[in-house]
Write a protein that binds this ligand. Sequence first.
Ligand code: ZN
Length: 289
Amino acid sequence: MLDLTQCNVSEPIQQKLEAMFAQGRAPQALIIEGDEAKTEALAKQLAAALVCQSDQRRPCGVCAGCLKAYAGSHPDIYVAQGGLTPRSFKVEAIRAVRSDAYIRAQEGGCKVYLLLRAESMSTEAQNALLKILEEPPAQTVFILTCSIKNRLLQTVRSRAQSVTLEEVLSQNPEAVRIAKEMTTALLHTKELAILQAAAPLLKDKDLLKEVLAQLTLVFRDACVQREGGSVRLSSLPEQAAALCRAVPKARLLGLIQAVEEIQNALAFNGNMTILTTALCANLRTAAGR
Ligand SMILES: [Zn+2]
């Protein structure tokens, strides 16, 4: 029996995961979408459950398997992680996973591959992963975490089960307000209004980071809604719904990318005025407005 009390997941998600992992079963691949800290915590807890030696609640937290899992030293739990920039999760990392995955588990149980920040996988890396999922090694479970599942190739998603953790951001009301004004201005094609909405970002790098995170979530929600999904991550459901109606999916993905480019530039300490202005211009171009 799966015990995820430490992870603080909602009742429906707990039930969904219990069904997936019931009676020694496990999905070949699982995608956990949502906030980075929460998805990683859940992925690690599931990995511990998979190597736990208890026949009661898993992870029990006290057996040798659990202790090694928590210490990060279990030989059958393999962690590969992408960086913060797109395509930083490279094909070489997946090739290493592949050559490891066909070797038997050292402790006789199953092998678990935690692929963290999976959205930063290059297309080449995702295709290499797809090859493994098409010929899955026995008793091997792949757990991917990502902030936006739609960034993964459809072919990869179709080979995996998935859960989305809701309500993920620690909300800064000021960041939410600015993101709301910016998306509204974007929808109404008001060039000056979007620059005005973004004005507080010129001198506040942390606020800019939070607004970028908010924008990503609202664009992501709009994208998911377009595909008929319902789980939302942003605090701006009305803006997401309006974007979903007004902006085609390819452009929504373009908007996510436009935000990502600014996030990358920010990591290299770009000039704030230039970045904020570029953000507004790039969003308008991406939205085709
Ligand atoms: Zn245990």
